[in-house]
Write a protein that binds this ligand. Structure first.
Ligand code: FAD
Length: 205
């Protein structure tokens, strides 16, 4: 729950497990989410002191999707890469969010079945943006190459932005060198990001 104004309560409360890569199932989730939100509101209004005169102000314009398909790249970021802080010479971004993996079923009294794991800041390799077989394509953001557990951390907005910046810069470097993003060295991408005060976080000496 968050309060944006003294009488304005935002409830981050409804979660619907489903398969968002299936249009029919996504529609079912959208309808279920709205029904759950209204049910919750009606129960609160009827039973929770202070909510007698409340009204439903707004809900999200459409259901948010955390994950669907992801790339299988030249490197697949894993849970142990994150938790053990594996170093990559060609790191182009840093992940630092916890492994925020949402269960695909109903949980009671908690958002998770077990407490999430919190990694130290970890490296994300350029190779997680590169498809295994296609030579001149980069896949940035939450659909980069990572296992479901690792993506629970690397999918968040700040990391997605850093991966997007790395992909954009790599594309420009490939054009500049008249080559492809597949042939480009991730170490070079890292160096150029660093020269722009971007790229992976490095622990001060
Ligand atoms: C309920 C929920 C809560 C979340 N909470 C947090 C949080 O607290 N903190 C956090 O950091 N992250 C949170 N996230 C995760 C985060 O929002 C996403 O993982 C992140 O925004 C992914 O960024 P992206 O750039 O990879 O993808 P997106 O933000 O989805 O960007 C992809 C863009 O591509 C556009 N697009 C799609 N197809 C086409 C096409 N054919 N042509 C042109 N454009 C197209 C889409 O419209 C979209 O704008 C949450 C996600 C959800 C669903």
């Amino acid at each position: 729950m968050f309060m944006y104004a003294p009488n304005d309560l935002y409830l981050h409360a409804v979660r619907v497990p489903g398969d968002a890569s299936d249009a029919a199932d996504l529609t079912r989730c959208e309808m279920q989410g709205r029904a759950d939100a209204w049910l919750m509101f009606e129960r609160w209004k009827a039973n929770v002191p202070g909510f007698e005169d409340s009204f439903f102000n707004m809900a999200s314009p459409y259901i948010g999707v955390r994950e669907t398909r992801r790339l299988v790249g030249r490197h697949v970021l894993t849970e142990s890469d994150c938790l053990e802080g594996r170093k990559f010479e060609d790191a182009v971004a840093t992940g630092c969010w916890y492994l925020d993996v949402h269960p695909q079923d109903v949980t009671k009294n908690s958002a998770w079945h077990e407490e999430p794991k919190f990694p130290e800041p970890y490296d994300i390799s350029y190779q997680t943006l590169q498809p295994k077989t296609l030579n001149n394509l980069l896949v940035a953001g939450r659909c980069h190459s990572a296992t479901a557990k690792a993506a629970g951390s690397s999918r968040v907005t700040v990391t997605a932005m850093a991966l997007g910046q790395a992909a954009g810069l790599a594309a420009a470097l490939a054009v500049e060198g008249k080559g492809s993003t597949g042939e480009l060295s991730g170490v070079l991408v890292r160096r150029r990001l660093e020269s722009q005060h971007a790229g992976p976080w490095v622990e001060p000496a």
